[in-house]
Design a protein around this ligand. Sequence first.
Ligand code: WT7
Length: 638
Amino acid sequence: MSSEKYRIKSLSEYQKAYQESVENPEQFWSKIAEEFVWHKKWDKVLDWNFSEPKIEWFSGGKLNITENCLDRWVKTQPNKPAIIWEPNDPKEAHITLTYKELHHKVNQFAQVLLNNGAKKGDRICIYMPMVPELVIAVLACARIGAIHSVVFGGFSAHSLTDRINDAQCTLVVTADGAYRGSKEIPLKDIMDEALLTSPSVKKVIVLARTQMSIPLVDGRDVRWEDEIARVEAQGNPFVTPASMDAEDMLFILYTSGSTGKPKGVVHTCGGYMIWTNYTFVNVFQPTPESIHFCTADIGWITGHSYIVYGPLSAGATSVLFEGIPTYPYAGRFWEIVEKHKISILYTAPTAIRSLMAHGLEPLEGKNLDTLKVLGTVGEPINKEAWHWYNDNVGKGKCPVVDTWWQTETAGILISNLAGVTPSKPTYATLPLPGVQPILLDEYGQEILENNVNGNLCIKAPWPGILRTTYGDHDRCKLNYFSTFKDLYFTGDGCFRDDHGQYRITGRVDDVLNVSGHRIGTAEIENAINMHFGVVESAVVGYPHDIKGQGIYAFVIYNGTEQEMEIVLAAILHTVTKVIGAIAKPDKIQLVSGLPKTRSGKIMRRILRKVAEGELDNIGDITTLLDPNIVEEIKIGRL
Ligand code: WT7
């Protein structure tokens, strides 16, 4: 593996690499970039300022990421499995695609996209189940230089149409339906509803997965299978990879912020490739034989970076799982580990906690000896879950990497390196080379000492940092580069211990992290407020045993007493319809007013305390317009 040249193998190598990356980033990253396939070398390694922001890595360099993920491995290891797909139902056969086979299928589908009018720079929305064709569709877009926007299959028609319209997608790739545990999700129906209000879409390519019957719109909808047959009849062309500038867009991925509208985070070809590859290789320390199993969905950044681009650009074998950890039984993960001889297992604390709740029985008799490295991502991991994972899954012999990062960062920023740098339970520990964390107090002053909490910012760009938010650069600036001058603000709070190790404590903005998924409170409020009879609402998070954070909604409702039950059910329905089931409140408390300051601002701090059950510790309420409302809210707490 060419990545051997930059794989860090010891603590002292880490320290050396880190130092060089900070002192001489251009030299450091250009040596790494040379190990990839380029059509033309870059003119300049790095050009940046955080005030616009303007961030360019390897500009003038030309490449295609799929040559780095596929073609180069077809030459050296054509028969190595690239993807192993494990279906939702364990009775269905799994599928293995070697690098050669995956390359072939990506070329076929790239030709299908071309045949359907797609071209370089077009935005293509992908709304699919976790099947091999999803990986194929993603890579086929990258092959022809089209920009993919993958939307998680759990989002509603409303969310889907917003995302399609924001990016002005001209083509969508979807499936008839998706299996998720015991559920069957009618993806095509949802897409059809979305397309009623998405006029930019001219073509729909539909894969058959569940075989449920679906209508096809004449002239707009075509079947994946028919299109592939057409390409086969043409003699399976090789699709020349589009020559992309390193700074051309690779994809858009929508994520929630503190305002009501999700933003389209933009990543570009060169920097994204190098960052996902570099972090995959160094954090997980794969060997040529490693079988890597990241349990995320490709609808989220974790799937983009550590199922698709990171592992494939490193020539590794990546396992893709269609189902959920507890279907049809709670031993499903362990069965997959045994069946596919998994070496690296990368999952979320919420999954660990939900499996913990099933006790040790599902683990009994499962051979987990092939595991070498365990990883977690998505939210702070609590001590109990960390130890359970370490003791019962890793049997105390697998390093656990707690990887902190975000949709905006493309890949891991703070994490221990498996078996190379020390771990510390509940700590993400140390920054990767190229990452310069800094903690600031509420006045924007840098905190220099250790053993402190602060707002986590990053001082300088790493190759994977977001470049913009699609169609609205000002929003990118406002969201990430304005809170603290000339710094990238993560939105996370963070503790730094005596040894300079970092522990992420959670969001400090109005963003919730529910089961490792990010949801803006404003988005949920907007959905609740659409409901007839609702005057206003305020949503906050509270600690939840499995999900990390639960969703607590305070709703001012002015309808009649008799209608209350109906209203509660209707609100749940509306939120599911507008956003998706992941945003459904766990608790809805109907109130007659909200705690507001005289200027009309909702004091969420008070609502958070109520939701957390800290009723005796509400704090100062004298600045409220109507302090009496607090008593009513406390009494009505659910
Ligand atoms: C937010 C980003 C990173 C991919 C999955 C989520 C939280 C993420 C950790 C961790 C504590 C974490 C942060 C971050 N987060 N990883 N290891 N420890 N918190 O991506 O949806 O963009 O969410 O997830 O709060 O800001 P995302």
